[in-house]
Design a protein around this ligand. Structure first.
Ligand code: PMP
Length: 405
């Protein structure tokens, strides 16, 4: 069990007042708040360990390089990946997926091949594949979603064929909260001879991850959704594939020998890390990983499951509330509409009560289209949220209903 008051005290922003009311932060799907230890790590890096990495022989550069490479090891352990060369630092999930879409696409995708995504994907896991399909003459296929917000696994199986090169799917839906059966999806794809990229943007902060158990070929996540800094993220890639893939960007650090006649490239993972790496935020991310590990991913999961069940029960009691995403396997992310009230109006009422939720399409326009709606209100909770905050959310929704209905 976690000591929720102690946890909340670790996050300075959680004691803020908004419009004179205690902040109830339920926009964790967009970004999470940072514990003091991560903030302190960033201050320490800038005030005592800052020098560009990999290039200097001097003391500070060596210290910063060591810290950066240690952060890579920590990420490897966190994901249970086999090799640290398989851990590439990127700016976030979006840049990780674009890297794969470009580089994997160049090496492995031919005209007539197929890439499979799902209806519930974030735009970041749709558009890079569309762009790649356009470049390579490949075709995008889409797995449908059921009314309750789950992948239609029969349709998924039907879509898999010898033409399928790669499947790209979210581990957890940022809109519906659904936890997808990624292990099963990977097994089926591998049987069909396809590779799999798992978008872990909404899973790493909620569920213990074991890359080797999931068995996927690529996995991506963003630091800022895991209580770490913005501007840093991770691409895990299977070494055999990364070895064969061409560099995504050219520049310093990714090269071995530069000649006008011919340039050769650095080894993994540096081949995919052109330019000055974001070593400060990588170390900040490491600090965040150390923090969640000190709390315990299993403890986080247990607290969030309790919160999920409580929030679901309370939200469904509200008259006129229509929930999108009713999967049994889910995290505490809830998308809903209240009567015919525009999500923006509901969000405004909640805001004035100090409650931060997100409204709109959540970068999942095809999913909105699937349900025939313009957008939703999304409350996304995490391990520092409480039952009391769920009660406040429900009170706010009742108020919105009375005001607008
Ligand atoms: N995929 C999913 C499922 C997401 O929720 C998000 C962020 N909302 C992204 C991708 C993109 O993440 P980022 O903006 O950090 O690159």
């Amino acid at each position: 069990m976690i000591d929720i008051q102690k946890i909340r005290a670790d996050f300075p922003i959680l004691s803020l007042n908004v419009y004179g009311k205690p902040l109830v932060y339920m926009d964790n799907g967009a970004t999470t708040q940072k514990p003091q230890i991560v903030i302190d790590t960033l201050i320490h890096m800038y005030s005592a360990q800052n020098a560009n990495i990999h290039r200097g022989v001097h003391f500070l550069s060596e210290q910063a390089t060591e810290a950066y490479e240690r952060a890579r090891q920590t990420v490897r352990e966190f994901l249970n990946a086999e090799l640290s060369q398989e851990i590439i630092f990127t700016a976030g999930v979006t840049s990780a997926i674009n890297l794969v879409a470009f580089s994997y696409g160049e090496r492995f995708v031919r005209a007539g091949d197929e890439i499979i995504v799902t209806v519930m994907e974030h735009h970041s896991n749709i558009v890079p594949w569309q762009m790649m399909c356009e470049r390579k003459g490949a075709r995008l296929r889409v797995v449908p979603v059921t009314d309750s917000g789950e992948l239609d696994m029969d349709d998924y199986q039907r879509l898999l064929s010898p033409k399928t090169r790669l499947v790209a799917l979210a581990h957890v839906s940022n809109t519906l909260g659904t936890v997808n059966p990624v292990r099963e999806a990977v097994c089926l794809a591998h049987q069909a001879g396809a590779h799999v990229l798992v978008d872990g943007a909404q899973s790493v902060q909620h569920i213990p991850i074991d890359i080797q158990l999931i068995g996927c070929d690529f996995f991506a996540f963003s630091g800022h959704k895991l209580y770490g800094p913005t501007g840093i993220g991770v691409l895990y890639g299977r070494k055999e594939l990364l070895d064969e893939m061409p560099p995504y960007q050219g520049g310093g650090d990714m090269v071995d020998c530069v000649r006008f006649e011919k340039t050769t490239y650095n080894e993994l993972p540096f081949k995919f890390e052109a330019g000055t790496a974001n070593y400060i935020d990588a170390v900040g991310l490491e600090s965040a990983i150390r923090y969640v590990r000190s709390v315990g991913m299993d403890n986080i999961l247990a607290h969030e499951q309790d919160l999920t069940q409580y929030a679901l029960k309370e939200l469904l009691k509200i008259k006129g509330l229509r929930m999108f995403g009713m999967s049994e396997k889910r995290v505490a992310t809830f998308s809903f509409l209240l009567d015919n009230i525009h999500p923006y109006d509901t969000g405004m009422v909640l805001d004035k009560m100090g409650i931060a939720v997100r409204t709109g399409t959540h970068c999942t326009q095809p999913l909105m289209q699937r349900y025939g709606i313009e957008g939703t209100v999304r409350a996304s909770m995490t391990f520092y949220n409480t039952r009391k905050e769920v009660d406040l959310l429900c009170e706010g929704l009742e108020k919105a209903r009375q005001l607008f209905s």
